[in-house]
Design a protein around this ligand. Sequence first.
Ligand code: TYD
Length: 395
Amino acid sequence: MNCKITGKKINPFMSFGKMPIANGFIEKKDFRDEFFFNMEVGFNEDISLFQLNDHPKPEKMFNKDYPFFTGSSEYMKKHFKEYANFVKNYLNSNSKIIEIGSNDGTFLKNFITQTNNVIGFEPSESVANVAKKSNVPTITKFFNKSNVKDLNKYLGQTDLICASNVICHVPNLNDLIETIDLLLSSNGTFVFEEPYLGSMFEKISYDQIYDEHIYMFSASSISKIFKRFDFELVDVFPQITHGGSMRYIVKRKGKINISSNVEKIIETEKKKDLDKINSCLNFKKNCENSKSKILKKLIDLKNLGNSICGYAATSKSTTILNYCNIDTQLIDYICDTTKEKIGKFSPGMHIPIVDMKHFYNNVTDYVYLFAWNHKEEILKKEKDYKGKWISHVEL
Ligand code: TYD
């Protein structure tokens, strides 16, 4: 893929093989027409950006069937409450707020009682409709220049633009930042959270890589990207969500002093080579080792007569299952709370997705925790479960 910011062709350094749509939970009748793409990753050294080499069109992923609901985790609901309190530092009583990728409205719900000046952009009808039912003003469209041009009240007058786990979904970062530029007031703030490259390398959580996650950002990449558009990364706040994320604060150039947090983290990233391809090559080796290790573990367990199920049909699990070629010979079923996934099959490997009742009635010897990032919430909830928990990351 040509990098939209530099125009440079990026050569992949690693392939994860043939991948389906990560959230493309599928019915049996559609198996034969399932869509696959070749999932390769590359690194743009000009802007220190880890990225997919190619990706399916956004409309293929974010549509009326999109089955990821932010509110499915109690912990994430709490997180978004805290996030909403945090961004109040950047608001006054009349501020206009826009969220990019507002999903089921979990975040914006925290503002609608205080102001009428709130809009969420959410292209996936399935989740946008849930937000609308909770009275969160939602535009069911992608956030881009052409879809904001008539928002007169917001053009140049938006004090806060927020996003969570969404900016890495946007292929055209040029258009994204130009759209932010159109909307943001002179002293406005863009606050967003994304899974963090450093955490993915550390945990070898390569399941963060899938069709929706076109980029895996670091402070170095964000700082370099926004500089090109006369914006500045002014602060960073590490988060524990999604196995390690970063909250980035971006403003127009020269508006406030850059926090020492930014310099510190960029120095740390330099020490770890996160701004260079060397760290990626090391990560590639680690992924290959991780694959061999988890496959051996699952095969050994099966050979000893154990039964294994999966817990939470996450998007991340699609990468694990397809890269490691894990199907129903190893994992009997995956349980999940999302009604839109239950009764369907996992993308690519076609493991049945079942409800929680099935999980309690069909106790397996081992449980593969695919939502390892929600470990605390899940292990607390399932403390009476008799099976042993496993995963490719440390639990
Ligand atoms: P998440 O890690 O946020 O998913 P993704 O990799 O797609 O970003 O987990 C969300 C999924 O996990 C969703 O399908 C619901 C499921 N889930 C459960 O089934 N039970 C739970 O207790 C939690 C927290 C999530």
